[in-house]
Ligand binder design. Structure first.
Ligand SMILES: *Cc1c(COP(=O)(O)O)cnc(C)c1O
Length: 397
């Protein structure tokens, strides 16, 4: 038996099917991977790891990048070095892929889930401000949640689907309330907020190079920082907290969270393609929005005036009353034609480990989740394939 799901997001095409978001593996990938094999540098150190880190830091405009085994590992380390501890709280979006929320639990802290705003689907800064004002209080030199009594330590916005979160108010709220700011930019490398790259706003920021992301290393992540001590600590914890280059002396409970040179080689090759990938994603998004945006009941994902979106995962909202069928019926109709579509992530608090988590005014997130459907948007999607998807969407109702 196999646990592999052939239609997982990021899976390559099957037959004449159209996958959701398959990787595009051109450029220097073969050459760099061969260099690893020829040189013997395949494991968790090597020239491509260092190069990948330098190039990522330069791209986002940070002083340090530390490559990690996954984006989730980077989030875990970010929360650790930000000093978030057991029974503290982290403010995070109710609408997100689950990874950042799980990372909050890895350090023993609890997420407080804030609603999405309806236009760009990112964490709502107004509701966040309201939560901080109404539900939190300074006591004993610490910001506390009135209802739980716990210390509120960090704000963890996620740049969803390639689009930046509204960083100016978020950064302002974090600094006024003494919160560590950790950006989850896993889905949005290359996006810009008022011209400034996402990943450069938080004390720390996390990236992912999973197979379905804009660029992939097969798997992997990175943590971005400007503080030398924090970056050093992240590297230390990610390599089993080894104190001595020779002796097996360990000063903390460490992790095996390093990226391999093989993965970094692919990552470096992919990084050379980042601009081309973004251009392809934006072209695909524009074509979908032109073809589907006039259709009653279909609302394409939007780009805020202050945003440069990478359009990583092209998503539409389907209003059943006006379109005729709902998003899940459309999903099944597309599936009949070999076209893979996917809903967005169910609100975090509907998942078993999080049903008792505090939520704040989550009115919009469940609405978005019931209506949203992501359409095939691989970098390599051909015009003919895209026309097939558009025709299938228009014919489905
Ligand atoms: C993909 C993703 C991650 C990290 O995923 P990994 O598979 O662990 O690299 C984290 N946050 C968000 C929002 C993501 O989409």
């Amino acid at each position: 038996m196999s646990f592999r799901e052939p239609r997982a997001p990021g899976a390559p095409a099957q037959g004449d099917g159209i996958p959701l978001c398959a990787p595009a593996l051109g450029g220097n990938a073969w050459r760099y991977l061969k260099e690893c094999l020829d040189s013997g540098w395949v494991s968790s150190a090597g020239p491509f790891v260092t190069r990948f880190e330098h190039e990522l830091a330069a791209l986002v405009g940070r002083r340090y990048a530390v490559a990690t085994a996954s984006g989730t590992a980077a989030l875990h380390l970010a929360l650790l070095v930000a000093g978030v501890g057991p029974d503290e709280e982290v403010l995070a979006p109710a609408l997100t892929f689950i990874a950042p929320i799980n990372a909050v639990r890895y350090v023993g802290a609890w997420p407080v889930l804030i609603d999405a705003e309806p236009r760009y689907w990112q964490i709502d800064p107004d509701k966040l401000a309201e939560f901080l004002q109404r539900e939190c209080v300074w006591r004993g030199g610490a910001l506390r949640n009135r209802s739980s009594g716990r210390r509120v330590r960090a704000l963890l916005p996620v740049h969803l689907l390639g689009h930046p979160a509204d960083m100016a108010p978020l950064r302002d709220l974090a600094s006024r309330h003494g919160l560590a700011l950790i950006e989850d930019a896993a889905e949005s490398l290359g996006a810009r907020y008022r011209g400034v790259p996402v990943g450069s706003f938080g004390d720390l920021a996390c990236l992912s190079f999973n197979g379905n992301k804009l660029i992939t290393a097969g798997g992997g992540g990175a943590l971005l920082a400007d503080d030398a001590e924090q970056a050093r600590r992240v590297h230390y914890l990610s390599t089993q907290a080894k104190d001595d280059p020779v002796e097996y002396q360990h000063g903390a409970v460490g992790y095996n969270y390093r990226l391999t040179n093989l993965q970094a080689a692919l990552g470096v090759a992919q990084l050379e393609q980042l601009e081309a990938h973004i251009a392809a994603k934006r072209r695909i998004a524009q074509r979908y929005s032109e073809a589907l945006g006039q259709r009653p009941g279909i609302t394409p994902m939007a780009e805020a005036p202050w945003a440069f979106s990478t359009c990583w995962m092209y998503t539409v909202l389907i209003d059943q009353a006006r379109y005729g069928i709902d998003s899940r019926a459309l999903l099944r109709a597309l599936e009949q034609g070999g076209i893979v579509a996917r809903p967005l992530w169910r609100p975090v608090y509907t998942n078993q480990p999080y049903t008792s988590c505090q939520t704040y005014r989550c009115e919009v997130a469940p609405q978005l989740v019931s209506q949203a459907l992501s359409l095939p948007c691989s970098v390599g999607l051909t015009e003919a394939e895209q026309e097939r998807v558009i025709a299938a969407v228009l014919a489905a109702r």
